[in-house]
Design a protein around this ligand. Structure first.
Ligand code: AR6
Length: 177
């Protein structure tokens, strides 16, 4: 626990006991590798059936489904940007993913949500930069805006290096307050 409502942990997002987990999907929403593959595998085939009905999702946007066999009730699927060189609006698109997920969580009166490090795997977004964006968007949503339902946000880091990046990003933002 770092700051009341925000938790940082190293682990597998599919195993988290939260109301909603976030999936780092692609625009088809029809599954893939990485965290997307792991979520579909753990949720079972009904997730894909529901995803098909959503007709895809734009980069920077998010859509919600049920969690099926996952411990989480909901999956919020978002599509992060593919990293080029940072001059194609990647930062803003990534920030938009976090904001859209949080807005949907609020809409569904979700109390706890877990995020993976969106775009930092196959999509190649630099981890340090992505962690700063993630932390800033979540902190802004939780502490600077007036929202009611969300009580806990978890950043689920798949390895130690990711965990360290998030820890530094949180420390930096807290020391600037
Ligand atoms: N729990 C938590 N984090 C995970 C897990 C897990 N089980 N598995 C991987 N990660 P990626 P992207 C981390 O590639 O970069 C898919 O094929 C991983 O270490 O899953 O947004 C989609 O269908 C990394 O830090 O997502 C898209 O086509 C982070 O999750 C594309 O990949 C994101 O890595 C999306 O690429």
């Amino acid at each position: 626990m770092i700051s009341g409502k925000i938790t940082l942990l190293e682990g597998d997002i599919t195993q988290q006991q939260v109301d909603a987990i976030v999936n780092a999907a692609n625009t088809s929403l029809l599954g893939g590798g990485g965290v997307d593959g792991a979520i579909h595998l753990a949720a079972g085939p009904e997730l894909l059936v529901e995803c098909r009905r959503l007709k895809g999702c734009k980069t920077g946007d998010a859509k919600i489904t049920k969690g099926y066999n996952l411990p989480a009730d909901w999956v919020i699927h978002t599509v992060g940007p593919v990293w080029h060189d940072g001059k194609y609006g990647e930062d803003e698109q990534l920030a938009s993913c976090y904001r859209r997920c949080l807005a949907i969580a609020e809409q569904y009166e979700i109390r706890s949500i877990a995020f993976p490090a969106i775009s930092t795997g196959v999509y190649g977004f630099p981890m340090e930069r992505a962690a700063k964006i993630a932390v800033k968007q979540v902190m802004t949503f939780l502490f600077l805006e007036n929202h009611s339902s969300l009580e806990a946000v978890m950043f689920v880091c798949f390895n130690r290096q990711t965990y360290d990046c998030y820890r530094s990003a949180l420390k930096e933002i807290l020391s600037n307050e």
